[in-house]
Write a protein that binds this ligand. Structure first.
Ligand code: AP5
Length: 193
């Protein structure tokens, strides 16, 4: 098993790179943002509750997303490994993930953290908002609120995994191919070890 967290602020390229990484390494992609948007599309109770938080650029409560990840891990016992995208996003989510993996005699192998300047993030998300249909991309105020939430609550996730020497910073600006190659180099190093 190889378990990877692709980490970074909103718009840093986690979704873009995840698609390529799962194709390259055969990992199961678990994106809490995608799971929540699917709940919204199906108009479930969970989706309706989550939507209000997402539209304000705030994080959805921990117990909701931890429950979704627990179910996804249970539903994929044959997976070669998981790529976590947009999860964990708080200290509590990091601890819950470590415990869920430990129950399966697993652990996070590496956290690859994409670094992108705030102005570039805002530019990318406003641009995506022109076509994505995502309500949290259309308004600069909400985009900036998501970035504030990231600094307030999510940067703690990197601090948590730094204690175990598992975080590698990757420059997230430049061509998508170059960033992908830098991510692969780090994964290959660890898979060969
Ligand atoms: P989520 O869906 O996780 O969104 P996010 O973290 O805000 O990330 P994005 O999908 O916006 O960006 P990304 O890093 O994936 O970048 P992408 O590749 O798309 O979360 C949405 C909401 O759900 C949260 O605000 C929260 O409310 C809730 N939520 C989700 N998970 C949660 C959790 N664990 N706990 C609590 N709440 C949770 O790229 C962005 C754009 O840039 C694209 O248009 C792309 O084409 C472009 N791009 C990518 N790479 C490059 C490049 N190298 N150069 C130029 N453009 C690029």
């Amino acid at each position: 098993m190889f378990n990877l967290i692709l980490f970074g602020p909103p718009g840093s390229g986690k979704g873009t790179q995840s698609e390529r990484l799962i194709a390259q390494y055969g990992l199961k992609h678990l994106s809490t943002g995608d799971l929540l948007r699917s709940e919204i599309a199906h108009q479930t109770q969970l989706g309706l509750e989550a939507k209000a938080f997402m539209d304000r650029g705030e994080l959805v409560p921990d117990e909701v997303v931890i429950g979704m990840i627990r179910s996804a891990l249970d539903a994929n016992p044959q997976a070669k490994g998981f790529l976590f995208d947009g999860f964990p996003r708080t200290q509590a989510q990091s601890e819950a993930l470590d415990a869920l993996l430990a129950q399966r005699n697993e652990a996070i192998n590496v956290v690859l953290a994409l670094e992108v300047s705030e102005e570039e993030l805002v530019k990318r998300l406003l641009n995506r908002g022109l076509t994505s249909g995502r309500s949290d991309d259309t308004n600069e105020e909400v985009i900036r609120a998501r970035i504030v939430e990231y600094h307030k609550k999510t940067s703690a996730v990197a601090d948590h995994y730094r204690k175990f020497d598992k975080v590698v910073m990757i420059k997230g600006e430049g061509s998508i191919d170059d960033i992908f190659n830098a991510l692969c180099a780090e994964i290959n190093k660890r898979q060969a070890a």
